[in-house]
Write a protein that binds this ligand. Structure first.
Ligand code: ADP
Length: 484
């Protein structure tokens, strides 16, 4: 099988920089596609944490001006595989997160910061920035969305690599006003319906979706949903128009990072055969969250605190959850009003509800290894990774029936329980009635230890590795390379 070269451009990559699932996916993809004859090189913006974590790097290419600021492309290695970084201090050398300052306010120049990243990705992929041309450019989310447009408008068709655009979340589209267009160094005709123009301004995700040879999203369920206005968020027409190019490929999990038998973040590693060892992890979670021991299930939540994740609905059901004998440990950060509501709930239920505001990767692992059930009441969920980690760790997912959640969890209805296939609880709609009755079902099922353990084991046996999905991406790259 001929080797295929792919440049994967994403604004996050575990373990170098992470705010959500995009990082996990961008970090895991190279190993997932490698067995299928794909050599993947990752490309990342040079945030301070990324530059610090890569001591050995060499300059591959210099821009006197990349959309107005000096920049260098640096070459390094990470997990033994090539990694390229865009070092542009004017754009990335600042404290805070990748998209916002320490107070959570978006950087005002995010348009330019990621247009520059996308332009450099296109230059690299086209063989104009110190390396030979790649076969395929794989662009992730709006931050890399302009890359397929730069290929389409700035590179001759004969020299253009194929391009794949992946939607990790349709809610983030990267829209900027019309006055931004002249900064992009694209020809005037790119400001059109076929190009980057969207509602009178520049739509970065839209541009990528319009120009890429293939579009993927991170589950078959979400690929269906985004054809409809409730989920397409204005881009449903474009998606329907290009549906012959759309593929739903479910995310896998990195089974080296997320393996309960060898996870160093756990108080007690375990397997499906040693489930009682989980009780030590549970105790460690109780300690970390100041919870009293109890008979009922320990529910955990690990999430961004946003409307998408249904966290306003969670606030409404906390009293019900505690009333049934349940306890809750929540790790997350985000919306200030939701944080305040959570603190109030913890105040009402000392020893029963524990809250940790912030981002803590080892604690997230421990919660999956010690919690009885993970609650995910998302209004929409392109794939979702926390339910996959829950399955792998025997932390039974209680999830909304949407997107990737519906694709990856098998509901504990009578038929599935009898067949031994059930792995969790699915519910709809996402409101008080839906979530509170799902919690009631979970508490009832938890009371029957044998049936609960049967669900835990079925989840732990589910294959959520990258195997099939890595193969699906490789097949897609190959198909579009051959069509070029
Ligand atoms: P999204 O990308 O929409 O935030 P996903 O479920 O796809 O949701 O991915 C979330 C990822 O971020 C998971 O790896 C999850 O464990 C992690 N995560 C979310 N919030 C936190 C947090 N506060 N601390 C540690 N990890 C978190």
């Amino acid at each position: 099988m001929a080797e295929l070269s792919v440049l994967s451009a994403a604004s996050e990559c575990w373990p170098l920089i992470k705010t959500g699932g995009l990082a996990d996916v961008a970090g895991a993809l190279p190993a997932a596609v490698e067995p299928h004859g794909v050599a993947m090189t990752r490309f990342l913006p040079g945030y301070p944490s990324v530059l610090r974590a890569l001591p050995r790097k060499r300059t591959l290419f210099r821009y006197d001006s990349l959309l107005g600021a000096p920049a260098r492309i640096l070459a390094a290695k990470h997990d033994g595989r090539p990694l390229l970084v865009l070092d542009a201090p004017v754009y990335y050398e600042r404290d805070g997160g990748p998209y916002s300052d320490a107070m959570g306010r978006d950087w005002l120049d995010n348009g330019l910061r990621f247009a520059a990243f996308a332009k450099a990705a296109a230059d690299l992929a086209a063989g104009r920035a110190g390396l030979k041309r790649f076969d395929v450019l794989h662009a992730h989310d709006w931050q890399a969305g302009l890359a397929p447009a730069y290929l389409a408008y700035n590179v001759d068709a004969a020299k253009r690599p194929a391009s794949v655009m992946t939607i990790h979340n349709m809610a983030f589209q990267g829209w900027f006003g019309a006055d931004f267009f002249p900064r992009l160094e694209l020809p005037p005709e790119a400001f059109s319906i076929q190009g980057v123009e969207y509602h009178g301004g520049v739509g970065m995700l839209k541009a990528g979706l319009m120009q890429a040879d293939a579009i993927t999203t991170v589950s078959p369920g979400y690929a269906e949903e985004i054809r409809k206005p409730e989920f397409g968020m204005g881009l449903e027409g474009l998606i329907v128009g290009r549906q012959d190019r759309l593929h739903g490929i479910v995310n896998g999990i990195d089974t080296a990072e997320w393996n309960p038998a060898s996870d160093a973040a756990l108080a007690a590693p375990f397997t499906a055969e040693t489930l009682p060892a989980r009780s030590l992890n549970k105790r460690a979670v109780e300690d970390a969250f100041g919870l009293e021991p109890g008979e009922g299930p320990l529910f955990v939540v690990i999430t961004r605190l946003t409307w998408q994740k249904g966290m306003d609905v969670l606030l409404e059901v906390i009293d019900h959850l505690v009333g049934l004998g349940g306890r809750l440990a929540l790790l997350g950060s985000g919306d200030a009003a939701i944080e305040a509501g959570l603190h109030a709930a913890a105040g009402r239920h000392p020893g029963r509800v524990g809250i940790r505001i912030g981002y803590d990767e080892p604690l997230a692992h421990l919660m999956q290894g010690g919690g009885d059930a993970i609650l995910i009441p998302s209004r929409f969920e392109p794939c979702g990774l926390t339910q996959l980690y829950g399955l792998a760790y025997g932390c039974v997912p209680v999830v909304a029936r949407t997107g990737g959640l519906g694709d990856t969890v098998i509901d504990a209805n009578e038929a599935a329980m009898t067949a031994g296939a059930a792995t969790g609880i699915l519910f709809s709609p996402v409101n008080y009635e839906g979530l509170s009755s799902a919690i009631s079902r979970a508490v009832r099922l938890y009371g029957d230890e044998e049936r609960w353990q049967q669900m835990q084991r079925a989840g732990m046996k589910t294959d959520n590795s990258w195997g099939r999905s890595g193969q699906a991406y490789a097949a897609l790259y190959r198909q579009h390379k051959e069509q070029r």
